[in-house]
Design a protein around this ligand. Sequence first.
Ligand SMILES: *Cc1c(COP(=O)(O)O)cnc(C)c1O
Length: 401
Amino acid sequence: MRTRVIINLENFRENIKAVKERVGKDRLICVPVKANAYGHGALQIAEASLKTGADYLGTADVSEAAELRKGGIKTPILIFSQPHPDEIPEIIKENLTPFISDIDFASALNEHVTAANRRFAEVLGSAATNVKFPVHLKIDTGMMRMGCNAEESLALAGHIASCKGLKLAGTATHLAVSDSTEERDIEYTKKQLSLFKNAVDAIRASGIDPGIVHAANSGAVILHPDSWLDMIRPGILLYGYKTAKENKSPSDHYNNLKEFKPVTVKPVMEFKCSITLIKKVKKGESVSYGRTWTAQKDTFIAILSAGYADGLPRLASNKWQVLINGRVFPLVGLITMDQCCVNLCTDDMKTLPDIKRWDEAVIFGDYTESKRDAAALAEIIGTIPYEITCNVSKRAAREYV
Ligand SMILES: *Cc1c(COP(=O)(O)O)cnc(C)c1O
């Protein structure tokens, strides 16, 4: 096999437990499995989540959710992004839970549900009950993406409540800078949360049940206990990466975090390939397309079976190191579509290390000491671990352990 992507479900389950311990066992947890569970395999992660007590799943769109239903997942699935009205029949058929940002979409969904209810009533007579289809109201408190404005939220909640075919099962918002430890970002998150709580209070005060109230993504699980509410939606944290920092400064905000159990998570994905060839390269000879790297002395190069089409970003060319037999070796030359090269004789080495053809090379994974993880790789190329794990392509076979 050219590449192996090992998904450690044990680590994943431990991460869920660690998060649950922090937020309290009674809080509901929605596991985001969008983008093929951040590259980890949506169905396998969904199944592992449910075994570990997850209450909801979240996908980006209807097709991802339908895929899970096909795999036998019966749990409520939140659709995080705005579906197209053409997808409403499938939303109903697969019993998916959309976020509602506006009256138009709520009305269109309501019409489909009430039409279906009428058809049932015709077939079943008076025995048919009116199905109320659950939806979550999404309130935009400063992310400027999905959701209605906070000022419109009471009217939209009222509209949903007045729809015969709809039930307000939840109310949510999404935080823009919850993972940041900058003072102004902490303030922004507090402002978002207070807008949200006021909107939810107004809905309650008008006699409408807001359902499950939720706001917290991974950053908020770490930095903002007042965002945990009825349910949390941490993604990257469950896949083993922390983007937020804890207790870094002695401000009141951080002192208040001390009473909560810290979260320790482990990366779930490990990305490996193998050495397909070892070759001698003489001083002055260049390696790969564009001739971006030239040997400064006679050396040995290992050719690896992973390239940018497998998910090793081309931007990491000449910047990243891989782990072979417990030692770190630098990538040299441009990463190509299907292969890349490492230098086996770096300057500090006197002899050729004991490395053989077909030995395994770790591109990233759980190697805390040598920092070969997706977050370190992301940092080197100016992105975030989310993008690294999401981009590990289908071609790289997943193995679940
Ligand atoms: C992706 C997503 C999350 C999870 O975000 P993380 O930063 O991975 O924790 C939560 N809620 C919504 C609406 C999302 O789209």
